[in-house]
Design a protein around this ligand. Structure first.
Ligand code: ADP
Length: 181
C-alpha cells in the first residue's frame, strides 16, 4: 500500500522522485508554486513544456489532466504538471476536476514505478488553493480523500506526500482531516 504523509515546506526542496506542479493550461509558467518550480528547476522544464505545446498539446493541458517533464536542476527527477480547477462557487464541476488532477498525477507516477529513474515518492502542493481560489478546507478534504482512496488500493508510488506552505495551513488540514504529521 502507498503511504500518505503531510508536511510544511517549499515543495521545490522536497527529497522525492517527483513533485507535482499546480500549473495553468498554457504550461508556459505562472506565479505561485508554478513560478517557484520553474525558478528552482531551471530552463530545462520550460523547454520540455514548450515541446509538449508544439507537439501533443497545441491547445494546452486541460484542467484535471497531467503530463510529466524532467525536474531539471531539482532534487526531484520529474515534475508532474497538472491543472486544477478555477473556483467558480463549487457548482461548475470543481470537485471532480480536483479529484481528476490528483488521480491523474498519481496514475502518471505509478506508470513510472519501474522507469529509469523510477518514481517511488511524490509530493503534491495544495492544488487550486492559491490564485485559483478553491477554499482551502474543501480542497484539503478532496485532496486527502483522493489520496487515501489511492493508498487503500495501490502500491505505487510507495510514498505520497502533501506539502503545505505554512503552519496555519497544516493546522487547518489537521482540523478538517484529523491527520497530523
Ligand atoms: P493554483 O493556481 O492552483 O491555485 P498556486 O500556486 O497559486 O496554485 O497555489 C497553490 C498552493 O500552493 C497555495 O496554497 C500556495 O500557498 C502554495 N504554494 C505556493 N508556493 C509554494 C511552494 N514553493 N511550495 C509549496 N506550496 C506552495
Amino acid at each position: 500500500m502507498s503511504t500518505f504523509s503531510v508536511t510544511v515546506g517549499d515543495i521545490t526542496q522536497e527529497r522525492v522522485s517527483a513533485i507535482v506542479n499546480a500549473a495553468n493550461s498554457t504550461l508556459l509558467g505562472g506565479g505561485g508554486v508554478d513560478g517557484a518550480i520553474h525558478r528552482a528547476g531551471g530552463p530545462a522544464i520550460l523547454a520540455e513544456c514548450r515541446k509538449l505545446r508544439e507537439t501533443t498539446l497545441p491547445g494546452g493541458l486541460p484542467p484535471g489532466e497531467a503530463v510529466v517533464t524532467t525536474g531539471g536542476n531539482l532534487y526531484a527527477h520529474y515534475v508532474i504538471h497538472t491543472v486544477g480547477p478555477i473556483w467558480h462557487g463549487g457548482n461548475g464541476g470543481e470537485e471532480e476536476t480536483l479529484v481528476a488532477a490528483v488521480a491523474n498525477s498519481l496514475t502518471l507516477a505509478a506508470a513510472r514505478a519501474e522507469a529509469d529513474p523510477p518514481i517511488s515518492s511524490i509530493a503534491f502542493p495544495a492544488i487550486s488553493t492559491g490564485v485559483y481560489g478553491y477554499p482551502k478546507e474543501a480542497a484539503y478534504r478532496v485532496i486527502y480523500r483522493t489520496i487515501r482512496a489511492w493508498c487503500d488500493q495501490r502500491r505505487d508510488p510507495a510514498e505520497i506526500r502533501l506539502v503545505l506552505f505554512s503552519d496555519e495551513d497544516l493546522a487547518l488540514f489537521t482540523d478538517v482531516t484529523g491527520v497530523s504529521p
